[in-house]
Design a binder for this molecule. Structure first.
Ligand code: ADP
Ligand code: MG
Length: 275
């Protein structure tokens, strides 16, 4: 059989086997190994490495697309000099993803615009690249979904917000949570406790959660589970959204008014201790 016919057959088999990257690069790699007199082993290795790399890239792209992340930003895009009070080392140490392997949680607290969601998103991206399943939602949306499941009599166990290795629950604190919703959120937190990691972002200090959640007993039980294996990062600083604007419009005071007193440190202000 001629070389052309053999190549045709290989290409058609690679298509059937769903190895498109090898099919695309086969001729080029063949020519280059013939020139360099490379071993069969190296030839095969090069082809497989390329295919695996492309499949991995596709997996990450698809996972990110369906994750619900509000935007895509990496930690490299985070300007730590803008938040001098933020413990850079503490934040960066999260990126080894040990907290996910240990089924722990991360809680970002702080006023609007200080980068809570950005940090949560960048952690989720890192986790996704490391092959972990991710899902992102905000509190309002999560409660809506938990209610729908409850009303339909579904336990929701197969849902991404239950089973993903890392779930972000963004924006806890913007809307009050009724007693019934408290219960649903408690069940969600209890289900994930010591099984999988959750990142929470909130503009409210823990001591204010008792007002936010209209069931004081359940909120203690929620915080108990959330904080047992957790890292709490309290960001006290200016809003990045107002960056530049503050000097131009003399808005320094506006940001200070929003933050002052509302976010006590977790070390001395929370009802449970920051680790
Ligand atoms: P929060 O969730 O605390 O309200 P976000 O994370 O949504 O704030 O940040 C608001 C915007 O400002 C986003 O576009 C985010 O990427 C950007 N941002 C916030 N802090 C920083 C920072 N320190 N460096 C770079 N971009 C930042
Ligand atoms: Mg946010």
């Amino acid at each position: 059989m001629s070389n052309t016919l053999v190549l045709d057959r290989i290409e058609s088999n690679l298509t059937r086997l769903r190895l498109p990257r090898i099919r695309d690069i086969l001729e080029r790699v063949l020519k280059s190994v013939e020139k360099k007199d490379t071993s069969y082993l190296i030839f095969l290795d090069e082809l497989l490495e390329e295919e695996v790399a492309q499949k991995e890239q596709r997996r990450v792209e698809t996972a990110i697309k369906i994750s619900g992340l509000p935007f895509i930003k990496s930690i490299d895009e985070f300007d730590f000099t803008f938040q001098p009070q933020l413990d850079r080392q503490k934040v960066m140490s999260l990126f080894d993803l040990t907290f996910i392997r240990h089924k722990g949680n991360v809680i970002f607290l702080g006023p609007p615009g200080v980068g809570k969601t950005h940090l949560a998103v960048s952690l989720a991206l890192k986790a996704c690249q490391a092959g972990m399943s991710i899902y992102s939602t905000n509190m309002e949306d999560l409660i809506k979904k938990l209610k729908q499941d409850h009303e339909a009599g579904r336990r929701g166990k197969g849902r991404s917000y239950y089973k993903s290795s890392l779930v972000i629950v963004d924006e806890v604190g913007y809307t009050p949570i009724s007693r019934e919703e408290c219960n649903l959120f408690f069940r969600f937190v209890a289900h994930r406790y010591e099984k999988a990691s959750t990142i929470i972002t909130s503009n409210k200090a823990f001591m204010d959660w008792t007002e936010l959640f209209q069931d004081p007993i359940i909120v203690t039980a929620i915080l108990d589970r959330l904080l047992h294996h957790s890292v709490v990062i309290n960001i006290k600083g200016n809003s990045y959204r107002l960056k530049g604007k503050m000097q131009v419009d003399g808005m320094d005071n506006l940001n200070n008014v929003q933050t002052s007193g509302s976010i006590p440190t977790t070390e001395n202000g929370s009802i449970l201790k920051d680790r």
